[in-house]
Each structure stands twice: as structure tokens, then as C-alpha cells.
Design a protein around this ligand. Structure first.
Ligand SMILES: [Zn+2]
Length: 311
């Protein structure tokens, strides 16, 4: 009885809406490479419990200014990121890269612009186009729904500068190179290589979590990882999950390749997606601890079947 009352009270506390200037609870920021800070978000889907926050916001201190990558999923998350940046430096944010159109990565832009109104927002041209064509609004609504209104007050600040593949920018004391594709995780993805050996992969690479592939292709995502694997980098900051070395790239590639190859073999043998799921799960046994493995594998198999059919 006591326990039930406790959980009821706890859930009431969680469902309280954000106050106008509400800021997400602070998550620790870690220096993962020289001048490079990352806040590792919790693994999982946007929810009431995580207040919609689950990505990996990051910033690079580059001499006289700061460059941000993916400042989070809401204005409330973005404010938490702004506070963490201000703890690490008094320098202003001048530039923000958004890795792709999924709003859990970029709806925090609003808080960056509130703090540093002159900051320039950069993304894939198709990210900008899709956000304008309705994705921005649907992500704002989705975040509100999944957090039961916690993220309300969030407005989409859509990037204005389009990043082309290979675009190299010297910003302050660091150089940033964009690696772009049209057929990977969301078809609007850029990866950002910094000259201190860090690669920000966006959701082309996750660590310990099954990716949502509804908007992308497996073959294109594998191709993007192969490209990333040839870059002179040492540290990989995935879209979700812990920062690590280049082994993260290989693990994500293996997951996709094993999944896709097994689906193709089973498809050629005349199996339906429902029938082939156990065989795919068996081949992917090394990944069964990844977040979402049980819940999302069926959907991934169905998406891979559709992609095989189109080949
Ligand atoms: Zn994504």
C-alpha cells in the first residue's frame, strides 16, 4: 500500500509540466579529448522519466569560441547544455552543427540562440528542407507527447546554413570537416570530423542501442560507416551511447551487415519477415544486450526485407 502510494506520487511529480524557464536536471559533462566535452545522455526512447533527453550533446572549445554539436531534444535540455558549457568556459558559442533531422538531437538549438543569438546553425541541406516541410513540427509534437508535456515551450530553430560533403571550416583554433550522405540513418546525416581526432557520427553509429531505421537505409548506413572507418580519428562520439574508440564503428557495422545479410539469405529462401526473425536474432546474439534489441528487432527485420525487395 505504501509502495503504491509512493509510485503514484512519484509519477505525479514526473508528469508536472515544465515551468517557463525550466531546465533539465544536470548530467555530467566529460572531457573526452583535448578541448572536447560530451554529455552522455541516457539510453532509451524519449519518455516522462528522461524528460525527452537521450542524445549526446557536445562542444569544442576552439581558442576564442565554442562549437556545439547536437544540443539536445528540447529547450529545457538545451538550457542544461548551456549551463554545462558556461561551467567549462566563458567563451561564446558561435557555431552549431546538427547531425540530422531527428528532433532529439537539435530542438535544443533554441536555448543556444537564447544564450548566444549570433550563433550560426549548420546542417545537411535535406535536414533543413525536411525540417521546414513538417518534420520540425512533428518532432516538437512527438517530444511533447512522449514526455507528457514536459518539453512544451520548445520551438524549432531550424539551421540556416547548408553543409556540403567535404566542407571544411577553420573555426577558432580547430578545423571541422563535414562527411555527408543521402542514404544513411535518416538520409539527412552529416558526420563531423575535428582535427583533434574526434568524429561525431550522429545516429549513423550508436553504441549499445538498436537504431531507428524507419527513415534510412541499411546499405547506405554501412557505406557511411566504411567512410568513417578510413578517417584519421581516434575517438568516436556516437549519436547515443558511450563515447569510445573506433571499435564502436566496427560493432555498428557488424550489426547492420549481419542483420542485412541474414535477412537476404532468409528472403531468398522464401521466408517471411515473421519467420526469419529467430534466425536473425540468433546471428545477432552478440548484440542481444543492446537497448531495444527485443523490442525493435522485428521492425528492423521488416525494414531490411523492404530494402532487400527494392534491390
Ligand atoms: Zn536519429
Amino acid at each position: 500500500m505504501h509502495l503504491i502510494a509512493f509510485f503514484f506520487a512519484a509519477s505525479l511529480a514526473f508528469t508536472a509540466h515544465a515551468a517557463p524557464d525550466d531546465t533539465l536536471k544536470a548530467y555530467p559533462a566529460k572531457l573526452v579529448a583535448p578541448d572536447t566535452w560530451v554529455i552522455t545522455g541516457p539510453l532509451g526512447e524519449p519518455s516522462v522519466e528522461n524528460q525527452g533527453f537521450m542524445n549526446n550533446p557536445a562542444w569544442i572549445i576552439a581558442g576564442d569560441q565554442v562549437i556545439v554539436i547536437d544540443p539536445g531534444s528540447s529547450v529545457q535540455a538545451g538550457r542544461m547544455v548551456v549551463q554545462a558549457i558556461k561551467k567549462s568556459t566563458r567563451l561564446p558559442v558561435t557555431t552549431v552543427y546538427n547531425t540530422h533531422v531527428h528532433g532529439d538531437h537539435w530542438l535544443g538549438n533554441q536555448a543556444i540562440l537564447d544564450a548566444w543569438p549570433k550563433a550560426v546553425l549548420i546542417a545537411h541541406p535535406d535536414m533543413i528542407a525536411k525540417a521546414k516541410a513538417g518534420e520540425a513540427e512533428s518532432w516538437v509534437n512527438m517530444m511533447s507527447r512522449l514526455t507528457e508535456g514536459y518539453t512544451d515551450g520548445t520551438r524549432a530553430q531550424i539551421p540556416t546554413v547548408a553543409a556540403t560533403d567535404g566542407m571544411t571550416s577553420k573555426i577558432g583554433t580547430h578545423t571541422f570537416k563535414v562527411h555527408s550522405s543521402n542514404d544513411a540513418h535518416s538520409k539527412t546525416d552529416i558526420m563531423i570530423e575535428v582535427d583533434n581526432g574526434v568524429l561525431f557520427t550522429g545516429d549513423n553509429v550508436l553504441n549499445g542501442r538498436v537504431a531507428r531505421m524507419d527513415d534510412g537505409t541499411f546499405v547506405g548506413n554501412i557505406k557511411a560507416i566504411d567512410h568513417a572507418s578510413k578517417l584519421p580519428i581516434k575517438i568516436v562520439v556516437p549519436g547515443h551511447g558511450n563515447v569510445g574508440g573506433t571499435a564502436i564503428l566496427k560493432a555498428q557495422r557488424d550489426f547492420f551487415q549481419i542483420l542485412f545479410d541474414t535477412v537476404k539469405t532468409e528472403y531468398d529462401a522464401g521466408k517471411s519477415d515473421f519467420e526469419m526473425k529467430p534466425a536473425v536474432a540468433k546471428k545477432l546474439a552478440a548484440f542481444k544486450k543492446w537497448h531495444g534489441f527485443d523490442a525493435d528487432l522485428g521492425k528492423q527485420v521488416s525494414l531490411a526485407v523492404l530494402e532487400v525487395e527494392q534491390q
